[in-house]
Write a protein that binds this ligand. Structure first.
Ligand code: SF4
Length: 117
C-alpha cells in the first residue's frame, strides 16, 4: 500500500519497557482496533473486534500516551507502506546478538515467541 504522507521509520523495531527488560522480553506491536495514519486514513487493525473493544487492555492506560500511540502508529504505517523493508529490518534485528535467547512479544495483547538465533 502506498501513501502520500511520509512516515518516520522507527530506529529500532523491537523495544522494551522496564517490566519487559526485567524478564528479557522485547516487544513489537500495532495499535489495537484502529489507528489514524499520518495521511489521514483510518486503518482498522482488529476487524473482528466487537464488545472486546470496550475493555481492551491495549486501548487503555499507557497505550493512550501520545508517544506510545505515535510509536504504534509508525509501526502500522511501516508494514502498510513498506512490508519488504519492514521484514528486512525485523530479520536484521532478530539476528542481533542482544536478542539471542530472548523472548519476543508480537502484539502486546497476544503471545510471545522465543528468539533462537
Ligand atoms: S481485545 Fe483484541 S480484538 Fe478486541 S480491540 Fe483489543 S486487541 Fe482488538
Amino acid at each position: 500500500m502506498s501513501s502520500s504522507a511520509s512516515v518516520t521509520r522507527p530506529g529500532r523495531l523491537l523495544t522494551q519497557n522496564r517490566e519487559m527488560r526485567a524478564i528479557g522480553v522485547w516487544n513489537w506491536t500495532l495499535p489495537a482496533l484502529a489507528a489514524r495514519l499520518p495521511d489521514g486514513r483510518t486503518q482498522v487493525t482488529c476487524p473482528a473486534a466487537s464488545a472486546c473493544a470496550r475493555i481492551c487492555y491495549a486501548r487503555n492506560g499507557t497505550y493512550l500516551f501520545p508517544a506510545v500511540k505515535a510509536k504504534h502508529t509508525a509501526n502500522l504505517a511501516y508494514v502498510l507502506e513498506d512490508l519488504p523493508g519492514w521484514e528486512a529490518a525485523m530479520i536484521s534485528e532478530l539476528s542481533a546478538p542482544r536478542l539471542a535467547g530472548k523472548f519476543i512479544r508480537v502484539h502486546d495483547f497476544l503471545g510471545q515467541f522465543r528468539c533462537v538465533s
